[in-house]
Design a protein around this ligand. Sequence first.
Ligand SMILES: [Zn+2]
Length: 276
Amino acid sequence: MVRVSGISLLNHASHNNYILPAFNVSSVDMAQAILDGSKLAKSPIFLQTNQKNIQSFLTIKKAGKAINDLVQKHPIPVALHLDHANTLEEVQEAKSNHYSSFMLDYSTLPLEENINKIKVIINTINVSANGLEGELGVIGGQSELIGDATFTESLYTDPDEASYFVEKTQVDSLAIAIGARHGIAGKINYNLLNKIQINVNKPLVIHGGSGINKKSFSKLNQHGVKKINFGTAIHNIFYKNHNSENFSLGNNKKELTRYVQLICNDLNSKNQYTSY
Ligand SMILES: [Zn+2]
């Protein structure tokens, strides 16, 4: 199986009414354990790295090559996604090294600046064939990447700004702040989600999947959510007993594979994928 674009996975999930899980990876061993879970569940997934994840791979180039080598041997479609990028250099390096999906996060900037920053990058690098995720509203939380203890509802996504943002940037998917947060349990504001869904005719993305009750998945799916990011829970397994020398998982590999398999089954209960 070849690596596929993020946009093709999102289109497939939209047409077939399911949510794609996206897993942050910090080592080759971790990526393999996650791929094993995807294979058992027969579910396509995103594998993704943020700036923190890259530290253990050393460079985006090394991560892209190592993960892509695994994905080439995997029987189910996978998109390799650059998570929370905010520089031209990151996107360029990722695009040259097997990444097939991109997120630009300028969500802490005012709306027009967020839009302009994205425009500058997509005018320089064409990622339209891959798929671009933007973020509006500040998801925040206590993940390894974003330690934001001063989160308030004023940082939730505004539905009118969301339609304006998508129209101006032409992003392919939109990460929204509606109560789910990085690293901690959050309460979803479905009223707000409903308004955003009506205003935005694009797949919606939720970050902070580890803190979401799995009973919410089907309701989120009905409300246009097509990608949910998981980082904290799988890193808790990863860090529990990992070998800090080579970032291998040791005995936790099976536990991680099992966790991923269950998430895939919960999000994509009909095990849908296409062979491309
Ligand atoms: Zn995130």
